[in-house]
Design a protein around this ligand. Structure first.
Ligand code: SAH
Length: 502
């Protein structure tokens, strides 16, 4: 059986710019051969048993030559594998994808090409520079700046490029920029023409410089811009002043650490990224489900006998429904019970499982649920409280006081997740550190990690804040609404207030 090779573009770096097709192919590949400049996390969707091989060219490191890569693609294709050859940007724009396709064609190995968003368009776009414009550029040329323009064997006609009636987009040109700029000006390109250099376009920390053609090389040198970078020569570079948008997002430039469990971090992380923050995931805790046995198993089997069922977190809801499924039940088991939920996240998770909570307090703390339960008759009624193992005793105490016949079961335990070296280094760069529960504070600090000096501490509510203070942290921002939206809102307000000079 013959395999197939996909030459796939992974886009310029922002994972959101990967095509749907690229993600589908990564998820189904037997083997993935990848380069250095692919987006972070690009391989996360690969099959656990897929073979992942780095074939890029790292300065100093031994890697495959292009001929070896071509030969490897042919060999893998012939052996019946489904191969993804993953490259930064677009595979056919300075990606040597053309050569790989030729080698596959010559060997008779079937292949397909999946274009990607190329850096020469994407980096300028993220810098607020349209590479064409009705009034400013009717053509655009993609040029390699890799070649020394003074080399006689240069394949590029720099005089022609200087005369080119449109935008020049230079790839790989940072090192040769002084020579290139000089050469273009000498050949008649206006020395006053604006030039933009975009470093690490579409990545967090993207940097852009704009200057005159005559001065850009010195500026790049002075500011220490490094590859990967795209250089845009042409009047369109001047439009950045008006069109720049990335830097104007509310959390641009902020590095926000998310300490909640990795499995729960994605919603918060997505909201923060949407607002322009660089998010570093530094999970301090992990959710460890309790085995379905003993009192927990009894409670789940007999869930239909409770008058009131209280849930206090989305995790709890998910695990309860897993347990219901395992015991051959579903949402109908809760048909007769009043269902109480702390917070909209818990209520939303119930909703996803087909149950509308009867009682959702305005405030998202145990005290508020106690209050909201005031009108519910509890005397002599059977009540189930299903939640985390180490939770506070306020809610069970209050329920018992009101005469409830209470069963309290632990669905899961929150355990420490010590930070790895990379995560510790990431935490050091944080300008904000967010805490979404007391356990995130406790476990982070007990693991020996600490928010860096000067980082703003953000807490989801008073209980978490108190724990932070007990551990010697000063809480700079406390959410008024004790959920993820409330936390993001408070953090954003704080960032805005600090940006306006007093
Ligand atoms: N096939 C790729 C280009 C590979 S050549 C594409 O279509 O984008 C490598 C060059 O691409 C780098 O030297 C740099 O000039 C440019 N490049 C790639 N990613 C970049 C990024 N995120 N920001 C700026 N330039 C980038």
């Amino acid at each position: 059986m013959s395999g197939i090779v996909y030459l796939v573009g992974a886009g310029p770096g922002d994972p959101g710019l990967m095509t749907r097709r690229s993600l589908e192919l990564i998820a189904s590949a037997d083997t993935i051969l990848y380069d250095r400049l692919i987006p972070p996390g690009a391989l996360e969707g690969a099959r656990p048993d897929a073979e992942l091989r780095y074939v890029g060219k790292e300065p100093g490191a031994a890697a495959l030559s292009q001929d070896e890569t071509n030969a490897l693609l042919v060999e893998l294709g012939r052996s019946g594998k489904r191969v993804v050859r993953l490259k930064g940007g677009d595979p056919f724009v300075f990606g040597r994808g053309g050569e790989e396709a030729e080698a596959l064609a010559a060997a008779g190995v079937p292949f397909e090409v999946v274009p990607g968003v190329t850096a020469g368009v994407a980096a300028p776009a993220y810098a607020g520079i349209p590479v064409t414009h009705r009034d400013a550029a009717s053509a655009v040329a993609f040029v390699t700046g890799h070649e020394d323009p003074d080399k006689p064997e240069s394949a590029l006609d720099w005089d022609a490029l200087a005369r080119f009636p449109g935008t020049l987009v230079l790839y790989m040109g940072i090192k040769n920029l002084p020579l290139i700029a000089e050469r273009l000006a000498a050949a008649g390109r206006d020395p006053d023409e604006p030039v933009a250099v975009v470093e690490r376009g579409t990545y967090p920390g993207q940097r852009t410089l704009v200057d005159r053609l005559a001065d850009i090389a010195a500026r790049v040198e002075a500011e220490g811009l490094r590859p990967p970078a795209i250089t845009v020569v042409g009047p369109v570079a001047g439009l950045r002043e008006t069109i720049a948008w990335l830097e104007r997002r509310p959390l641009h430039g902020e590095v926000v650490a998310v300490t909640r469990a990795r499995a729960q971090a994605s919603g918060l992380a997505a909201q923060l990224r949407e607002l322009g923050a660089e998010v570093v995931e530094t999970p301090a805790i992990r959710i460890e489900p309790r085995p379905l046995e003993g009192a927990l198993l009894d409670a789940v089997r007999g869930i239909g006998d409770y008058a009131l069922v209280c849930l206090t977190s989305p995790n709890g809801v998910r695990l309860l429904f897993d347990a219901l499924a395992e015991t051959g039940q579903d949402a109908r088991a809760l048909a007769g019970a009043t269902v109480g939920a702390i917070g909209p996240g818990t209520a939303a998770e119930l909703d996803r499982n087909g149950v509308r909570a009867d009682i959702v307090p305005e405030q998202f703390v145990a005290e508020a649920l106690v209050e909201a339960l005031a009108p519910v008759e509890l005397e002599g009624r059977r009540v189930l409280l299903a939640r985390a193992a180490e939770a506070r005793s306020l809610l069970p105490d209050a329920l018992r006081e009101r005469g409830a016949e209470l069963d309290e079961v632990a669905l899961y335990e929150t355990v420490a997740e010590p930070l790895g070296d990379e995560e510790r280094a990431a935490l050091e760069r944080a300008t904000y550190v967010t805490f979404t529960s007391s356990s995130t504070v406790r476990f982070l600090l007990e693991s020996g990690a600490r928010p860096p000096e000067g980082a703003r501490i953000v807490s989801i509510g008073p209980i978490t804040s108190a724990t932070a203070q007990e551990h010697g942290l000063t809480v700079d921002v406390e959410a008024e609404r004790h959920d993820v939206d409330g936390l993001v809102g408070a953090l954003t307000d704080d960032a805005a207030a600090r940006r306006v000079p007093a």
